[in-house]
Design a protein around this ligand. Sequence first.
Ligand code: PGA
Length: 260
Amino acid sequence: MTTSVRIPLMAANWKMHLSIAEGVAFIAKLHELLGNPQDREVLIAPPFTHLWPLREPMAAAGFSLAAQNCHWETQGAFTGEVSLTMIAETGCRYVIVGHSERRHIFGESDAWIGRKTAAALSRGVVPIVCIGEKIEEREAGLTEEVLRRQLTAGLEGLRVDTPEKLVIAYEPVWAIGTGRTATPGQAQDAHAFVRGWLAQRFDKAVANGIRILYGGSVKPDNVDDLMAQPDIDGALVGGASLQADSFARIVQYKKSGKSP
Ligand code: PGA
């Protein structure tokens, strides 16, 4: 499979961390450490309250802004929710959809995630659709079945005609925030499965161009081996994205055998 068209996407998911002032300082430091990388895309997903104030520093640094969640309706009586129209207005190019914390702490269903993905695509915001199995599902040999179910529901009825419009993040639930990473081989197997599923669902060229990120305890000391896998096109990083120097090292993964 060709990897040449897939620009690596190195994404920070801040979750419910950092103040706005800390975010501004982080962006300045990250920019200083990275300069303007031409061969990879740097993305930060801060809390909703930070999107507007971080918009200009992010754009000036050449980083992409993402929301961590969204609602599928444009507007309405949905207390506490934020629509994609509002998200787009803050300068976001991306939105994370179906993160495992949304699924497992907040009870989001596959069907909701499908609606969010469809709404993001229709509003021109690129969805980063998160999928991943729990430890008991992996141990029962159900990993592919779970991924198939989440992909089918999450992407139901969608048309994706160019690969830049969609990003998938494979995040095994047992590896998120636990310090326990999937081995590069386990991650590659899951990514190859996802790529195969995409090739059946969409045009093969589109499937080959869609970026599939790995997430789950990505750190400076494991990113190189993960990024060396042929179907891993980037990382979605939680804990290790909260310090600019640690995230900068992740963005600057060493290209052992794989050039972007
Ligand atoms: P982690 O989180 O890097 O802290 O495991 C990843 C994620 O939740 O996206």
